[in-house]
Design a protein around this ligand. Structure first.
Ligand code: GEK
Length: 245
């Protein structure tokens, strides 16, 4: 996916507003996420492979907080079973309008449909799911809303279904926490972001993106019923894990 270079935080902003997934962000999103999230492309490719393994015939694959649909496209590319549908959900109309446009331009049409829903993932019905993806989305939900969402996903998953969650992580140990944040900033610097861009973006995300430790995620997933949750990927403070029903 081609995209305009992200320079949203390159000039000094008098006041840095809370981060929002608006038109400005949607326009530069592929560049922004690639240069901000270590391992993003690797995770997307692996979500494709996981969909190839977990998608069952006549079931639904959910991409919750789909943005421009990178995970949906990767899943679709790897799904070989018949009559499987992908439901991609986001509450940013700017993101979904762009994704709708991308899908409309496609020829020929794929046999696996990607259906779009402009909605809050807390209000979406999850049923007959073989795989559910929360790729860097749960972190934007109020912490107190996370358990209900995960319980709903667990209930909507078929037996042996999988939930893939990718998140920015926090660390209990303060030295480790400081180190990992620093390493992430070094990653962003190596991707061409300036110190000003890094610092203004950090301010914008404060109280908007709320990271938790892997142990907190694992405990919550266990408490809503997931029998097993393991990390399959980590690059500094960015990780992806698989929870199995
Ligand atoms: C990818 N998964 O490229 N309901 C619906 N959507 C939401 C909600 C909510 N309550 N909260 C946030 N979002 C994508 C990347 S980006 C991650 C996901 C990032 C949406 C929000 O509008 C945005 O599009 C997405 O979740 C998070 O694989 O930017 O760090």
């Amino acid at each position: 996916m081609t995209s305009i270079k992200d320079s949203l935080y390159s000039q000094p902003l008098g006041e840095v507003n809370g981060f929002a997934f608006d038109e400005n962000v949607a326009q530069v999103f592929p560049d922004m996420i690639q240069r901000s999230v270590p391992g993003y492309q690797t995770i997307i490719a692996a979500i494709g492979l996981l969909a190839g393994r977990f998608a069952r015939p006549h079931s639904v694959c959910y991409d919750l907080g789909c943005s421009l649909g990178a995970a949906s496209f990767a899943m679709r590319q790897n799904i070989t079973v018949e009559n499987c549908k992908i439901i991609a959900v986001d509450n940013s109309s700017a993101m979904l309008a762009r994704l709708e446009n991308l899908l409309e331009q496609e020829t020929p049409r794929h046999s696996t449909i990607i259906e779009l829903q402009c909605a809050d993932i807390r209000d979406v019905k999850i049923e007959n799911a073989s795989i559910v993806v929360l790729n860097f989305t749960l972190q934007f939900l109020a912490v107190e809303d996370r358990e209900n969402l995960l319980a709903k996903i667990y209930a909507g998953l078929l037996p042996n279904g999988a939930l893939i969650i990718s998140e920015k992580l926090a660390f209990e140990d303060t030295r480790q926490q400081a180190l990992q944040i620093d390493l992430h900033h070094a990653f962003k610097k190596a991707q061409g972001y300036s110190a000003l861009e890094i610092s203004q973006k950090r301010t914008a995300l404060e109280n908007v993106l709320i990271p938790e430790t892997f142990a907190q995620h694992q405990q919550r997933l266990q408490s809503v019923g997931f029998g097993s949750t393991e990390l399959w990927f980590q690059y500094f403070n960015f990780a992806s894990f698989i929870a199995l029903k």
